[in-house]
Design a protein around this ligand. Structure first.
Ligand SMILES: NC(=O)c1ccc[n+]([C@@H]2O[C@H](COP(=O)([O-])OP(=O)(O)OC[C@H]3O[C@@H](n4cnc5c(N)ncnc54)[C@H](O)[C@@H]3O)[C@@H](O)[C@H]2O)c1
Length: 267
């Protein structure tokens, strides 16, 4: 996209962390911002920050794991702003623990937010964005955990690998419509992700992981503002991969080498 001025940017998970930084980055470019999240006080804070840089903000309480909520979000965006140009499917939650001990609630919660959340965004927004014939851009937040599998992050890895695969295909599918796709794959970012349990629905609780148990992510921590700036550049340049941590290169090379070895050994 050449400009974000007067465009409409919708950010799920916009009440905190990377989502909030994305809202502010788009606002500084002159976009109108729609903040969608479960956390109403957090959304109000983001909206105040967006307005402080002179942009318009609207907040819509949305549980991305519910298709009805995301459809209602799209209805609201079209009603209030007449369309959407950037959609960031960014809301996400993390847990840690071995796959051998993952509860069914762990799977349902993470797949519901991290994968169904992205799918719901595509279902609710993409057909309307195609119909409005103004191009646009979709940003899906995955993780380095969508490219490299780490012990203890199996449920999270499963959802994020799926988001990477989905995004790689979506880019091909939407190219004829002039809609770009980026997939954000950071390692550590200083956000509230380690306290994801604050948003866990009661019926999906895992008695083995009491509320408040924190997720440890590996590697260097970047600021959400730094990450949002990289996303902005990728939207402008229409680049698929936003891989913010250069230290990801070596593990990625090792993974590729293991895949190449798998081919050699399977002949
Ligand atoms: N922080 C990191 O180190 C890191 C690294 C890689 C990827 N990510 C990804 O970045 C994205 C943003 O996370 P963050 O790090 O900013 O964490 P964060 O906890 O600061 O923000 C996540 C936001 O998502 C919202 N949310 C949670 N469940 C929701 C639901 N069902 N519906 C709507 N909103 C919901 C939360 O209320 C919160 O505002 C996530 O997809 C996460 O997996 C984070």
């Amino acid at each position: 996209m050449d400009t974000l001025k007067e465009r409409v940017a919708v950010v799920t998970g916009g009440a905190s962390g990377i989502g909030r930084a994305l809202c502010l980055a788009f606002a500084r470019e002159g976009a109108r911002v729609v903040v969608a999240d479960l956390d109403e006080p957090g959304m109000a804070e983001t909206a105040a920050l967006v307005e402080a840089v002179g942009a318009r903000a609207v907040t819509v309480r949305t549980d991305v794991s519910r298709l009805d909520d995301v459809q209602a979000l799209a209805d609201r965006v079209w009603r209030d702003f007449g369309g959407a140009h950037v959609l960031c499917n960014n809301a996400g939650v993390a847990i840690s623990g071995g796959l051998e001990s993952a509860s069914h609630g762990d799977w349902e919660w993470l797949i519901g937010v991290n994968l169904w959340g992205v799918i719901h965004g595509i279902e609710a927004f993409v057909p309307r964005m195609i119909a409005q014939k103004q191009g646009g851009h979709i940003v899906n937040t995955a993780s380095m955990a969508g490219l490299i599998a780490s012990q203890g992050l199996g449920v999270y890895n499963t959802t994020k690998y799926a988001v990477v695969g989905l995004s790689e295909t979506l880019q091909k599918d939407l190219r004829p419509h002039g809609i770009g796709v980026s997939v954000l794959c950071p390692m550590g970012v200083t956000t509230n992700i380690r306290q994801s349990a604050r948003n866990r629905p009661a019926h999906l609780e895992n008695p083995q992981s009491p509320p408040g148990s924190e997720v440890e992510l590996i590697g260097r921590y970047l600021s959400p503002e730094h990450v949002a700036e990289r996303v902005l550049r990728a939207v402008r340049a229409n680049r698929l991969y936003v891989i913010t941590h250069e230290e990801g290169l070596e593990p990625l090379r090792r993974r590729f080498e293991r895949l190449a070895q798998g081919i050699r050994e399977s002949q």
